[in-house]
Design a protein around this ligand. Structure first.
Ligand SMILES: [Zn+2]
Ligand SMILES: [Zn+2]
Length: 422
């Protein structure tokens, strides 16, 4: 019986994982500089956390959640996104008592039951960032700037920051009605999905990815013409901060995000390599969610970033530091070498070197072939003659030069040699 992975999930193989680690480390470095530290949240939660947090009428909650009853009869769900858990943790650990903005990020798998298609996975990875506890437009600008800096650091090019204001609880309802009226006249021309959205959340019609609908939507009233003074001030301040720091952006009045909880600033970063419809990252302000979950009023700003897509866009050829070849490949020949090589490898590794060997203990030729394939810097040859003479052979795999190295001091010598190369 051969059991295969579940449809829509994939293994990240060892030869890919260096890229992942590299990107994760860069995220950590950049985010730390802005005062964001990692938080590890559970990957499953009570189902009602997501149905209430994300919104009962969203696609995620209606169709995409992995929900099951556990052995005690409780309904639990594999997290489809991270913000709901972040808000829960914020309240549960009384992080609001800190009196300063709480800034953290998380990283890990999310789960959505989506129709399998290229580049979409049912288990996918996200980096999420949340800043909780301030309504200051500086937070909006700073978090977006941090994101763009992260993109620069990882060598991503050709991206574009799009921003919009989604208004607030005071001004959005009026816009919603105005928009709904305008949509009414075009319902027959709009796609089936938009007809459903029109009923549940007309703003999402603006979000449709179908060419003809985009065309029609461009004629609808713009939210930025309807937001209240307070929202307008906030939005203008965010923009002036971006201009001040020379961050290019464009205003996209049709950018609404898929989730119900956003207000004020919403943003997406799109990549020209993926086409304008494809956001690599999106987020915005959510000022009421903490309160809805029973916490004190806490304005927040955050974003989430899909790692699969991001990693596919990075030109890793330019990045030397992700090479992960062993320093030394130990080649051993003969019975005496067998008893020596295990401890020798151990000592080299304990000395901080990365060491590979041939566990099959094949012929000289086959071991050298493996050494070549491993792309190690050196091969250390330990054969019968070498053991007798007390001198091992060290072969530089780049230029082919070979030299003798005293067995007793070989660990120290190789360490010095390799450290001088780095
Ligand atoms: Zn408003
Ligand atoms: Zn549509």
């Amino acid at each position: 019986m051969r059991i295969q992975a579940i449809r829509g999930v994939k293994d990240i193989m060892p030869d890919e994982i260096e890229k992942w680690r590299w990107v994760e480390n860069k995220a950590n470095q950049v985010f730390n500089r802005y005062g964001f530290n990692e938080i590890r949240l559970p990957i499953f939660e009570k189902t009602k956390l997501f149905s209430r947090g994300i919104g009962e009428t969203t696609d995620i909650v209606e169709k995409e959640m992995y929900t099951f009853e556990d052995r005690s009869g409780e309904m639990v769900t594999l997290r489809p996104e991270g913000t709901a858990s972040a808000v829960r943790a914020f309240i549960e650990h009384k992080m609001y008592t800190a009196q300063t903005v709480q800034k953290f990020y998380y990283l890990g798998p999310m789960f959505r039951y989506e129709r399998p298609q290229a580049g979409r996975f049912r288990q996918f990875y996200q980096i999420g960032v949340e800043a909780m506890g301030s309504h200051n437009p500086s937070i909006d600008a700073e978090v977006m700037i941090m994101l763009l800096e992260f993109f620069n650091v990882i060598g991503l090019k050709q991206f574009e920051l799009q921003i919009n204001s989604l208004g607030c609880n005071k001004c959005r309802p009026e816009y919603r009605e105005t928009l709904k009226k305008s949509i009414t006249n075009h319902l027959v021309d709009l796609c089936e999905n938009c007809n459903i959205r029109y009923q549940k959340n007309p703003l999402r019609v603006l979000d449709c990815k179908i060419e003809r609908d985009i065309e029609i939507a461009s004629g609808f009233p713009k939210i930025t013409d309807y937001i209240c003074n307070e929202c307008k001030c906030h939005f203008e301040k965010v923009q002036s901060l971006l201009r001040e720091t020379q961050i290019p952006y464009i205003i996209n009045p049709n950018l609404v995000r898929g989730l119900d909880y956003y207000s004020h600033t919403a943003f997406e970063v799109t990549s020209r390599e993926l086409g304008a419809q494809n956001a690599i990252c999106g987020g915005g302000r959510y000022n009421t969610l903490v309160e809805e979950f029973g916490g004190p009023p806490t304005p927040c700003f955050g974003f989430a970033l899909g790692l699969e897509r991001l990693i596919s866009l990075i030109p890793f050829n330019d990045i030397k530091s992700i090479e992960k070849n062993p320093d030394i490949f130990v080649v051993s020949l003969g019975e005496d070498a067998k008893s020596i090589v295990f401890n020798l490898v151990h000592q080299l590794r304990s000395g901080g070197l990365s060491v590979e060997r041939d566990y099959e203990e094949g012929s000289m030729k086959s071991q050298m072939r493996k050494a070549n394939k491993s792309a190690s810097l050196f091969a250390l040859i330990v054969g019968e003659n070498e053991i007798k003479s007390g001198n091992y052979q060290l072969k530089n795999m780049r230029d082919g030069k070979q030299s003798s190295i005293t067995a007793a001091s070989c660990v120290e010598k190789i360490k010095t040699l390799i450290n001088s190369k780095v």
